[in-house]
Design a protein around this ligand. Structure first.
Ligand code: ADE
Length: 347
């Protein structure tokens, strides 16, 4: 919160990892992100929860309760962490579960936080247990407990931290341990965005990028963005390049169709990976049910990528179903890929 704050040491800086920066965290896309709740489109209930929590905490001159966001990638978890810090007038520190390998990694970050600061931990479910244990007293009592020596000589020392807010993000709420989950005060699930909200986001981003987009162009872009603002913004840039070089610079429905077919994005917004996934279930596993591990092995892809990135949207639009014995392709999936629907006699 203060201007004269020391900058984190080199070690800590490394953990605020930029080594693997998601697409929407590069500085240009960052500028497409809303910075205030009033500019945020969609997720109305999440926005209202945060508005109330922030206003109440500001009145009490306290940090807001710890927040956990759950949902597929690209739906705004990091953006909301930025907004919370902006609205509270505090600084944001960003790290991720896998970047925190040792307890000391987290301690270094926590001890640099100022009163009211926001610490964002992405993929918090991938934080090692040993690091997680430092987080419990930090979240509950704003303290870190150091244990010196062992056995009868063991002594503990409590180091006081400034009051901060932890914002956690996870694609897998089920993988969070109960003690960690229970220390968050605000739980919010981010769902896929409606086409109407994605149209608004496309228009807003186009205006920020100073590129003309007509109504049909915005609708087509929204339809092909898998319910995800990060994808709208990424595809918008591809279509912008296309119209700049191949047409008159205006984003129309035809321009979106032409540019996105080059990208391998079809009319439902499915990518090559989505279609390979569906084809594997249909052709290799006769429509399923097939276990995710088996599908991942056939595709030679990470199971986590399928579970976090591919499946949530296919489930949402009904192209697959999940049963106790595995994933099944729906009739709509057969039709979308141009297969004849197999009627199973015994199933
Ligand atoms: N850009 C990315 N996500 C957004 C959102 N939810 N509202 C406005 N602009 C955005």
């Amino acid at each position: 919160m203060t201007d004269d704050k020391q900058s984190p040491s080199n070690d800590v800086q490394g953990l605020l990892s930029r080594s693997c920066v998601p697409v929407d965290e590069n500085p240009e896309i960052l500028s497409l992100r809303p910075e205030q709740l009033s500019d945020y489109i969609g997720q109305a209930e999440v926005v209202e929860t945060l508005r109330i929590a922030i206003e109440a905490a500001m009145e009490r001159e306290e940090p807001i309760d710890h927040v956990i966001f759950h949902g597929p990638p690209g739906l705004g978890k990091t953006t909301l962490a930025h907004i919370i810090a902006n609205e509270m007038g505090s600084d944001l520190t960003i790290t991720s579960g896998p970047a925190l390998e040792k307890g000391g990694d987290l301690v270094g970050i926590l001890t640099h936080l100022e009163q009211g600061d926001v610490l964002f931990i992405d993929e918090i479910h991938r934080m090692p247990k040993i690091v997680e244990e430092f987080l419990y007293p930090a979240m509950e009592d704003f303290a870190i407990d150091f244990i010196f020596d062992k056995g009868v000589h063991a002594r503990s020392h409590r180091y006081r931290l400034k009051g901060f807010t932890l914002v956690g993000a996870t694609t897998r709420m089920g993988l969070l341990s109960a003690p960690l989950r229970d220390r968050f005060g605000i739980f919010r699930n981010l769902d896929f965005y409606s086409e109407k909200d994605l149209v608004k986001i496309a228009r807003r981003s186009a205006a920020l990028l100073k590129v003309a987009i007509d109504d049909e162009g915005a609708i087509e872009l929204a339809k092909r963005s898998r319910g995800t603002p990060r994808i709208v913004n990424r595809l918008l840039k591809r279509v912008r390049d296309y119209t700049q070089v191949r047409s008159d610079g205006v984003i129309t429905k035809d321009a979106v169709n032409a540019a996105l077919s080059l990208e391998g994005v079809d009319e439902k917004g499915l990518t090559n990976l989505d279609r390979r996934y569906l084809r594997t279930i249909i052709e290799f596993y006769h429509g399923g049910p097939a276990g995710i591990e088996a599908i991942a092995a056939t595709l030679q892809e990470e199971t986590d990528t399928l579970a976090d990135v591919v499946e949530p949207y296919l489930l949402k639009i009904g192209l697959i179903t999940r049963t106790s014995s595995g994933r099944k392709a729906s009739e709509a999936a057969y039709q979308h890929l141009g297969f004849r629907v197999q009627k199973k006699i015994f199933s």
